[in-house]
Write a protein that binds this ligand. Structure first.
Ligand code: KDG
Ligand code: MG
Length: 404
């Protein structure tokens, strides 16, 4: 069997998505997600110019060898662009292999070790009452795990809180250039314990409460945050400090007992193996889209399992349904799965993607269709052209840049 075509489709389905379509001479097609939010066309060029030509004529069933060929053979390795491109190829090949076998992908990963996948939903509020109302809607819909983000009083916009354009964190700004948000750590650190307290008081001890700091704190500030939140028993605190400065995690571990999640910007096992081996984090958030596909992420998860670290994969709405499906198959089969991120789909997904996975009362399942269980309407996508969009940037009050 041979790959006869590998092409990239870019579309605006509520936001930009990049999809790789791999076709074989036996008529089986595989899909991969190659979306890198705000830098989409860099991956498109990498795939079109450098990777797709190498795939033609290859045996699609030789997944590991193709991964090695693209990673080890390239010399210039790692990084979000390269690993997103390799990830898209890898996921497409797993899609093909499981379609050929006539089974859902999770069956090739060892089969299900659980009946369903626990997901956390996003709640956000421009003030506390709006946040509490949103948490209430989600718990009423059956979610027992919620990520809470609340506006910081005195700031025009806060990470994770939508509602006005400057505060949009996932729907990129509709301007030609990134919008600027102002960040104030002191105000944030003063505000957030009260948010946790209010949610815990209103919804009780059973609710898993998660929070994303989005890399904004120094290690010492992160310890202060962790200690202030300990009484409210967070499920996790995500990205409290810069993910690439891994020394800070030792300081965090020594300073606070809050569970720590990290990894949505990691691309490789080399970004996290010290953290895992040192048991310095509790949850890894890498996704197959940005970390080299199912093949590489599975190895990372196996390493994590050996060291008692659990998984909590990234699946914000900038990861396409193809990515979410691949993640759900991994979640269902991973013994050390912890929790899965879930965000409502942007309007427009349905115009191009059809999915076999399902959500019911805070639990998801990838479905029983062979492969990933996702189809892509390339014709419809052709009518929805790419729009250049950026994520916001953050500055401190004195005008200097802050980490996004
Ligand atoms: O593209 C960036 C988003 O995926 C990211 O900002 C979302 O931090 C995020 C999360 O935890 O979902
Ligand atoms: Mg995050």
């Amino acid at each position: 069997m041979k790959i006869v075509s590998a092409r990239v489709s870019v579309c605006w389905a509520g936001r930009n998505y990049v999809t790789l379509l791999v076709d074989t001479d036996e008529g089986v097609q595989g899909l991969g997600d190659a979306t890198l939010n705000g830098r989409e066309l860099a991956v498109v060029a990498y795939l079109q110019e450098h990777v797709c030509p190498l795939l033609i004529g290859r045996d699609p069933q030789r997944i590991e060898d193709t991964w090695q060929y693209l990673y080890r053979g390239a010399y210039w390795r790692r990084g979000p662009v390269t690993m997103t491109a390799i990830g898209a190829v890898d996921v497409a090949l797993w899609d093909i292999k499981s379609k050929l076998a006539g089974v859902p992908l999770y069956q090739l990963l060892g089969g299900a070790v659980r009946d369903s996948v626990r997901v956390y939903a996003h709640a956000e509020g421009r003030d506390r009452s709006e946040l509490l109302e949103q948490v209430g809607k989600l718990t009423a819909a059956g979610f027992d795990a919620v990520r809470v983000q609340a506006a910081v009083p005195g700031l025009d916009a806060t990470y994770g809180v939508r509602g006005d354009e400057r505060a949009e964190s996932y729907e990129p700004a509709a301007s030609d250039y990134p919008v600027t948000q102002i960040w104030d750590t002191d105000r944030y650190l003063r505000a957030i314990p009260g948010v946790f307290e209010a949610v815990r008081d209103a919804y009780g001890g059973d609710l898993a409460i998660l929070h994303d700091v989005h890399n904004r704190l120094t290690p010492l500030e992160a310890v202060q945050l962790g200690r202030s939140l300990e009484p409210f028993r967070p499920f996790w605190i995500e990205d409290p400090t810069l993910a690439e400065d891994q020394r800070s995690f030792r300081q965090l571990r020594e300073g606070t007992t809050v569970p720590l999640a990290v990894g949505e910007t990691f691309n490789s096992v080399w970004d996290c193996h010290d953290l895992v081996q040192g048991r310095l984090v509790d949850y890894l958030r890498l996704s197959p889209s940005h970390a080299g596909g199912v093949t590489h992420l599975r190895k990372i998860h196996l390493l994590a399992e050996l060291h008692g670290v659990r998984t909590g994969p990234h699946a914000a709405s900038d990861l396409s349904p193809v990515a979410l499906a691949a993640i759900l198959h991994l979640d269902l089969a991973a013994p050390n799965f912890g929790i899965q991120e879930y965000m409502e789909r942007p309007r427009g997904w349905d115009d191009v993607f059809s999915v076999g996975y399902r959500l019911e009362a805070g639990r998801m399942h990838p479905g029983q269709e062979p492969g990933l269980g996702v189809t892509y309407d390339e014709r419809a996508a052709e009518r929805l052209s790419y729009r250049r969009r950026y994520l916001p940037v953050a500055r401190l009050r004195d005008g200097s840049m802050s980490d996004w």
